[in-house]
Design a protein around this ligand. Structure first.
Ligand code: GDP
Length: 428
């Protein structure tokens, strides 16, 4: 991504390869030193990145984590859905921790807004689904994308034609009342609040399509920060246990108004084992003491919700499928240090479904239910790798684990996370 290379005039992209929480934030933070613009393209404040810099822990939910670099401009792109009170709360928290974001944070005028009624509806919807609930973060993201798809959504630019804003808000709230009954929601107070929020937001609002294309044309280095991950993609994830946007490479184009010809490096972030939050299939899940050990050593508890994450071994069926869809040019393997404590490490290489060997991820959840997972067992290294700063310093068994993954995927592993801190990363 250095100036003068072929990647100039193309965006670089960081995407989650599994079910999220792979540690994308740390890579973005490291890359942010060499970029001019950091962009979010989809999702909302249901994502959670934690970045530790100089002993300070920053929690990002909706804002691009490039903000930790004081020279980096950050853009919330058109495909993101934004709950404005949360946008300002997150900004205030970051500024209270000493990050000056003034003049370097922008939001697309095409972003759809998430309202409190969307959050109420999120809870009511999950309640209706009962035991089959998706396990959403109840932040109203899904209902806001539903409003968008049903063409009754409200976008940022509507705030500046307030009559239109008011008409649309009243219409959509009545429709939700008809559908979900008379839940408590003070439309008059909400209108007041959004009149003020709109004014507060004004300095941040841009036409992000034109803005990004101009930045690209000027040779600026742009990094797109994916939220959630491929297995939560609305189309290619474990539907319906997915998020409500396209989290794969397609979402980068549709969420930003960028053609595929403008996409350069696509870096897939893969945790050295697998975790998942919420409901839905997870073939390599371990519900035993080994799973609990992964959870404890890996501190696998959600940033946004605090929920314990489900844990299991690395699944190459998932990663191969993820790579087919996103076409990774390199991989960042994260949290490899968490595996330091295991005598042996398993890796899923195929499933057996109805007597047949399956090497790509199936669409049908019922098929997955009955799948037997076939593992290869590799020897552990039983050594603390957190001080290693080059591939050669890693124990031989640890190197072999990385090579095994690399060979299977046919994608080079270019970064290896060996601890939570910014400096605890091996670049190859
Ligand atoms: P993201 O949403 O994909 O950025 O992932 P999260 O921020 O939810 O989870 C990543 C967590 O793992 C954070 O607490 C990071 O500080 C931590 N982390 C990231 N990389 C590593 C690593 O290589 N080793 C360890 N032990 N922790 C890491």
């Amino acid at each position: 991504m250095a100036a003068g290379t072929v990647s100039d005039n193309k965006v670089s992209v960081v995407l989650g390869t599994q079910w999220g929480d792979e540690g994308k934030g740390k890579l973005v933070d490291i890359l942010a030193k060499d970029i001019d613009v950091c962009v979010r393209c989809q999702g909302g404040n249901n994502a959670g990145h934690t970045i530790v810099v100089g002993g300070v822990k920053y929690a990002f939910h909706m804002l691009p984590s490039g903000l930790v670099n004081p020279d980096c401009i950050s853009v919330v792109g058109s495909g993101v859905v934004v709950h404005l009170p949360s946008f300002f709360a997150e900004l205030e928290d970051l500024e209270a921790q000493g990050l000056d974001c003034g003049g370097r944070l922008f939001i697309s005028d095409r972003c759809h807004l998430v309202f409190d009624f969307h959050q109420i509806v999120d809870g009511l919807k999950e309640g209706e689904l009962g035991r089959g609930s998706i396990g959403t973060t109840k932040k109203g993201i899904g209902p806001a994308y539903s409003s968008k798809a049903s063409r009754s959504g409200i976008r940022v630019h509507h705030l500046y034609h307030f009559e239109e804003f008011e008409k649309r808000l009243r219409t959509i709230v009545s429709a939700r009342h008809r559908r979900y009954g008379e839940f408590e929601y003070d439309v008059e107070a909400e209108l007041q609040r959004y009149r003020q929020l709109g004014e507060r937001l004004r300095p941040y609002v841009i036409d992000s399509v034109e803005h990004l294309h101009k930045e690209l044309g000027a040779g600026k280095r742009i990094l797109v920060e994916g939220a959630n991950a491929l297995m939560l993609d609305l189309d290619f994830g474990t539907y319906p246990y997915v998020t409500s946007s396209n989290t794969g490479i397609g979402g980068v184009c549709t969420g930003l108004g960028l053609p595929p010809t403008k996409i350069g490096d696509v870096i897939g972030v893969a945790k050295a084992y697998t975790t998942r939050v919420g409901g839905g299939p997870f073939p390599t899940e371990l519900t035993d003491a080994v799973g609990q050990k992964l959870r404890d050593v890996g501190a696998e508890y959600g940033v946004t919700t605090g929920r314990p994450r489900r844990c299991g071994w690395l699944d190459l069926v998932v990663l191969r499928y993820s790579n087919m869809i996103n076409g990774y040019s390199s991989i960042n393997l994260t949290k490899l240090d968490v595996l330091d404590v295991f005598d042996e490490i398993k890796v899923a290489v195929s499933y057996t479904i109805s007597g047949k060997s399956v090497t790509s991820f199936p669409a049908d959840l019922d098929d997955l239910e009955t799948a037997t997972v076939n593992y290869v067992t590799l020897p552990g290294w039983r050594e603390n790798i957190s001080k290693c700063r080059s591939f050669d310093e890693l124990p031989a068994n640890c190197q072999a684990y990385v090579r095994f993954i690399e060979n299977d995927l046919g994608v080079p592993v270019k970064w290896i996370g060996v601890g939570a801190g910014r400096e605890e990363m091996i670049a190859i």
